[in-house]
Design a binder for this molecule. Structure first.
Ligand SMILES: Cc1cc2nc3c(=O)[nH]c(=O)nc-3n(C[C@H](O)[C@H](O)[C@H](O)COP(=O)(O)O)c2cc1C
Length: 339
């Protein structure tokens, strides 16, 4: 079992992002420059414990090479959390997704601000005082289900409408292994800059009475150097990067080569992504449209990138997309002036 405490300080985590951080993109990022930990997209425990289970399994899919992957779960019913945690530990899910290397932890999503999810009393709704008793019950259910065989963590925000550190105090009392805090309230969505000042206060709360819980800061981090600076200033143990990966797939590098890579090299990486997507999601578990969105990462910051992106976005399937990448690859290997 991986003890998060054995990770370097600060350690770096690729943020879970729905429809983005599937097994394919995680593999691409890992091959560029690895993060220390990864999380799956959030997967609903109530759905997993229902007839809808087969459809949700793609969210847990992982390769055998993914050996630092945390399963992120959400939902309403403590019993379903318990069963899901148990099955994450005992190999049931691994068998169903065809992987023979274990998950390294279970993370509970208590931060998603999605309207529908909150209306249903889940994720960031657990921050509300009236739902906290259930939140505690859920954490205990996951701990019981995992039977001490996997670390249990929570990812949350600074508060619901206002910053409310009594929420983090309560979470820290549950003796969890890791607490990730996205430095905004639910109300702020992602519309205002992240406020890392509060992370220092959460670290101080941890120091007071919960020495076993590692604190991870999240929000607006662009790359490793930036994350290291914030970790030093606010004393967090780890740093999570989400959207920073869109501007630089090598953002976990000490010194990223991305700005100096040629358009042809970037297209090669896109080609690799498309081919891996095609191979992984042969049964159509993922929509082609979710793949096309990635072009804005790879086809950017060179002359003609916008026009090429528009052409790529107009393709109808992976074959058409790959043909167009191939054609443009040969065009871009010629010397080209970068902006
Ligand atoms: C497209 C997208 C999907 C997301 N999906 C999830 C998710 O499944 N689980 C989760 O805990 N957070 C999710 N988040 C929030 C991110 O994990 C992260 O907390 C947030 O983007 C702030 O970090 P950043 O400023 O580094 O992007 C998502 C964010 C984005 C942009």
């Amino acid at each position: 079992m991986l003890n998060y405490k054995s990770l370097p300080k600060p350690f770096f985590v690729l943020a879970p992002m729905d429809d983005v951080t599937d097994t394919v993109f995680r593999t691409i990022v890992h091959q560029c420059r690895p993060a220390d930990l990864y999380m799956t997209e959030f997967v609903n425990v109530d759905g997993l414990q229902s007839v809808g289970r087969p459809k949700l399994l793609s969210r847990l899919k992982k390769t055998n090479q993914e050996t630092s992957l945390i399963a992120q779960i959400w939902g309403k019913d403590p019993e379903n959390y318990y069963k899901t945690a148990k099955e994450l530990v005992d190999g049931t899910f691994l068998h169903e997704i065809g992987s023979n290397t274990p998950f390294v932890g279970i993370d509970i999503n208590m931060g998603c601000p999605d309207k529908q999810v909150v209306k249903n009393g889940c994720c960031s709704a657990f921050i509300l005082p009236e739902n906290r008793e259930r939140a505690v019950e859920i954490i205990q259910a996951v701990k019981e289900g995992s039977g001490g065989k996997l670390p249990v963590s929570v990812k949350t925000r600074l508060g619901f409408n206002e910053v409310d550190l009594s929420w983090h105090e309560l979470l820290l009392k549950q003796d969890i292994d890791m607490l990730t805090v996205h430095a905004r309230t639910k109300k702020q969505m992602s519309k205002v800059p992240a406020n890392w000042e509060y992370l220092a206060q959460i670290v101080a709360l941890r120091d007071k009475g919960s020495p076993n819980t590692l604190i991870v800061g999240n929000g607006d981090v662009i790359d490793r150097a930036h994350g290291e600076e914030l970790a030093k200033k606010y004393r967090v143990d780890g740093v999570m990067i989400g959207r920073g990966i869109f501007s630089d797939p090598y953002c976990f590098a000490s010194s990223s080569p991305w700005q100096d890579m040629s358009p042809a090299d970037k297209l090669q990486l896109l080609k690799k992504h498309v081919e891996m997507f095609d191979k992984t999601w042969q049964a159509g578990e993922r929509k082609f449209d979710t793949l096309k969105k990635f072009t804005k990462i790879y086809v950017a910051e060179f002359d003609g990138a916008k026009e090429l992106r528009q052409e790529l976005m107009a393709t109808k399937d992976t074959k058409e997309l790959l043909d167009l990448i191939e054609k443009n690859y040969f065009l871009t290997v010629k010397p080209i002036f970068r902006r």
